[in-house]
Design a binder for this molecule. Structure first.
Ligand code: PMP
Ligand code: GLU
Length: 403
């Protein structure tokens, strides 16, 4: 059978592939410490689950409005107004099947073939395939560990051309685990203000999971950017709801024109999210908010723990994680050396596969995150303190045996 060029042109998600591989290895009884999965290890708060269960019993099991119920969209708008300072209403909101699909729809709504999309890297593995599926051209701006993986206003200015349609921003960042301070966001915005043809797609899915000195500042809350920012968020990470598949976007500009375009496409693709999860959106963003800080504090403790342990690895550079639940050490000091099992380490790929085979520790090689990614591995600390201590200890011991 003929597979389309489009389908053949993109790779599978390497983050999901590693998560699946670790799951299989553990199911076979292998002793693996998994730092791969990009999802909270908590269960969804009971109050949120109850809202969905009640909705099923109440018969809310039929098609729902494509963009989400008015109550769910109002709950999202209220969250964005109160927590993020974004001036918006329910008409500016669309709710989709996971923030991954929200990003996809936003790019489909904004990008025409030949348009340029600026992507600061290292960046989440799915952005590049999504830009390409929209026919866009990725324009990478790389930033390395010495800059905490953050681009400068000068780099942004140099990357903008008349063809630039979108700048994708993801702060706090997957995979870097770092985030822009409010001053740094204002620095980037001062450049964007000179280029009104550029729309910002701001993926703020980790916005509540911050451990540094600053809260996350939403670009869409800055007056000059309100009408040309698409703010994306979702329930997956903040509320430990990855399997529920609930993401959303807010774009108040032009009376919600981008949102309307996303809804038109969604109406032809998936109709709406699962109807009986709509009341759970209202509960999560209402009563459920009280549960978030406990999870955030647990992640903050783990961020400190894993950073302290990774710093004990000789010659490995690693910025302190200030947001999301990832740490992204530069392991290039091992390149050219040989693992105890005889594998010559040339990039993060060999490092990750040798580490898994020989020490039973799963990390994500940074290659697909682009930029300096091939010198890094991503470790998710959405796992227990015991697993973090055991896994980091195994890596240290394994590093000590490289020749
Ligand atoms: N953006 C980023 C940066 C992510 O890490 C993820 C997690 N996979 C998503 C979006 C999508 O999350 P979800 O589809 O589970 O809402
Ligand atoms: N975003 C998470 C990760 O990066 C989940 C997997 C995915 O969707 O890529 O691991």
């Amino acid at each position: 059978m003929n597979i389309s060029k489009r389908a053949g042109s993109i790779p599978p998600s390497s983050t999901l592939a590693i998560t699946a591989k670790v799951r299989e290895m553990k199911a076979r009884g292998e002793d693996i410490i998994g730092f791969g999965a990009g999802e909270p290890d908590f269960t969804t708060p009971a109050v949120i689950c109850d809202a969905a269960i009640d909705a099923i019993h109440d018969g809310q099991t039929h098609y729902a409005p494509t963009p989400g119920t008015p109550a769910a969209r109002e709950a999202v708008a209220a969250k964005l107004r109160e927590e993020n300072g974004i001036d918006c209403s329910a008409d500016h909101i669309t709710i989709n099947n996971g923030a991954k699909f929200t990003v996809y729809l936003a790019l489909q709504a904004l990008v025409d073939p030949g348009d340029e999309v600026i992507l600061p890297t290292p960046a989440w593995v799915s952005y590049k395939p999504m830009i390409e599926l929209a026919g866009g051209t990725m324009v990478e701006i790389a930033a390395d560990a010495s800059a905490e993986f953050k681009i400068t206003p000068e780099q942004l200015e140099a990357a903008i051309t008349p063809r630039t349609r979108v700048m994708l921003l993801n702060s706090p960042s997957n995979p870097c685990g770092t985030m822009y301070s409010p001053d740094e966001i204002h620095g980037l915005v001062s450049v964007l203000e000179r280029h009104p043809h550029v729309t910002v797609v701001s993926d703020e899915i980790y916005e509540q999971l911050v451990y540094g000195d600053h809260p996350a500042l939403s670009v869409g809350s800055i007056d000059s950017m309100r009408d040309r920012t698409v703010t994306i968020n979702g329930l997956s990470k903040t509320f430990a709801m990855t399997g529920w598949r609930i993401g959303y976007a807010c774009a108040p500009g032009d009376g919600g024109a981008v949102i309307k375009a996303m809804n038109t496409m969604q109406s032809q693709m998936t109709s709406s999210i699962t109807s009986f999860t709509m009341p759970a959106v209202v509960t999560a963003l209402g009563a459920g908010r009280a549960e978030v800080d406990g999870m955030r504090r647990t992640f903050a403790g783990r961020a400190e723990l894993i950073h302290g342990l990774v710093r004990q690895w000789d010659d490995v550079l690693c910025p302190r994680p200030t947001g999301a639940f990832y740490i992204f050490p530069d392991i290039s000091c091992t390149f050219g050396r040989v693992s105890p099992g005889g594998i010559r380490l040339e990039s993060a790929m060999e490092f990750a596969s040798a580490l898994l085979a020989e020490a039973g520790v799963a990390v994500v090689p940074g290659n697909d995150f682009l930029g300096p990614g091939p010198r890094h591995v991503r470790m998710s600390f959405a796992t227990s303190e015991e697993q973090i201590a055991e896994g980091c200890g195994r890596v240290r011991e394994w590093l000590g045996k490289l020749t």
